[in-house]
Ligand binder design. Structure first.
Ligand SMILES: Cc1ncc(COP(=O)(O)O)c(C=O)c1O
Length: 368
């Protein structure tokens, strides 16, 4: 048996008829940019996530750059975020000459809220938690800290479309949330894409202009902008994917529960509380000090795994100079222990059980 990490061909085949129909419809209409499908997509998301405003953009990274610019931050202003994330989390901040202030993570791999306060200075403008792998960061405490210090709360919701924290959807609890629609995300289109969601109408109006060169009409540009529009075609595909996402998120949660119940206790499993949230398990990340040999063992048994993320951002060559000797003990330790097991809504039960059997077998052999 071969267990793939993702299974795009299976997903495509499942939706092929609808996707082809949409492709033909958009082609015949000839609406490729800022068309009806995009409007429909934004409306659908707004209804689904119960948020006032949605803007479809080119990708998470461009979306976040626009958000930070629209919020009026200036060079050397500081944004508090984590190092245990994809490089883009800091890339978007650094792009505008802003300074990422990196906080360590707790055992659940999310921002350690107890370490935020001492990083706040006059230059701090926002906190940007990453809801890693679709498990929410502690939003109660994050909201409290941001309110007390008059900071914006910007949610890097790239992994967490459809996750709820208590009664509200991730991305709607802060001032603004940004999603990535990259194919590796649970909710995705057939290429790059991103979504900005907010209840702040002033911010919404600015972003709407910014994604299209600041143009109020065809000829008049009123503020700085760029080209970061979600393609009408991708939005059309997104409208089809949207019909499946809650079912697929639930399937992933079910797989995660099966993993958590049956995997050997020799591995540290994801920490989540179903009374507080419904994590969407964009990834299922375990921890073990035998990470590299387990990865190899699974590879030899034809099970694909991944590491999210093997090099913390403050240790990346691109940021080494900026962060110098910054020490984030958990982030650094975890980066050597974490392993993402295959999880996608198209996995068969037999594949999930095979992964469990092989992980447990590895530890049985290790014990001998
Ligand atoms: C946590 C996180 N933030 C941001 C991004 C960037 O998203 P995009 O590729 O849409 O710019 C990613 C993508 O992998 C991510 O995992």
């Amino acid at each position: 048996m071969r267990v793939k990490f993702t299974n795009f061909p299976k997903e495509f085949k499942l939706l092929r008829k609808d996707l082809n129909k949409k492709f033909n419809k958009i082609g015949i209409e000839g609406q490729y940019v800022l068309g009806e499908e995009l409007k429909k997509f934004e409306k659908n998301i707004s209804k689904m996530l119960k948020v006032k405003h949605v803007v479809g953009v080119g990708n998470w990274t461009e979306g976040t750059v626009m958000v930070l610019k629209a919020l009026g931050y200036k060079k050397n202003d500081e944004i508090i975020t984590v190092s245990n994330s994809f490089i883009a989390t800091c890339g978007a901040i650094a792009y505008l000459g802003l300074i990422p202030k990196l906080v360590d993570v707790g055992d659940n791999l999310n921002i350690d809220v107890s370490k935020i306060q001492k990083l706040i200075s006059k230059k701090t403008k926002a906190i940007m938690p990453v809801h890693l792998s679709g498990i929410p960061a502690d939003l109660d405490k994050l909201k409290k800290i941001s309110k007390k210090n008059k900071l914006h709360l910007i949610e890097d919701a790239a992994h967490a479309f459809g996750t709820k924290f208590k009664k509200n959807y991730i991305g709607t609890l802060g001032d603004v949330g940004i999603f990535s629609l990259h194919p590796r995300k649970s909710f995705h289109v057939l290429g790059d894409g991103g979504l900005i969601i907010t209840n702040n109408s002033k911010l919404y109006k600015k972003i709407l202009l910014m994604r299209n060169h600041g143009l109020r009409n065809r000829d008049l540009s009123v503020i700085w902008g760029t080209n970061s529009r979600l393609d009408n075609l991708q939005a059309g595909f997104g409208n089809i994917m949207l019909k499946k996402i809650f079912l697929w998120n639930k399937k992933q949660l079910d797989i995660a529960k099966t993993y958590s119940k049956n995997l050997s206790n020799y591995v540290k499993k994801p920490i989540f509380d179903l009374n507080i949230s419904n994590p969407t398990f964009h990834q299922y990340i375990i921890r073990t000090k035998y990470r590299n040999s387990l990865k190899k063992y699974l590879h030899n048994n034809k099970i694909e795994t991944a590491i999210h993320y093997p090099i913390p951002i403050h240790k990346q060559l691109a940021y080494k100079k900026q962060f110098g000797n910054l020490s984030l003990p958990n982030t650094e330790k975890f980066s050597k222990e974490i392993l993402s097991l295959p999880i996608n809504p198209h996995m068969k039960k037999s594949e999930v059980n095979f992964v469990i059997r092989k992980v447990n077998e590895f530890f049985k052999i290790k014990k001998k």
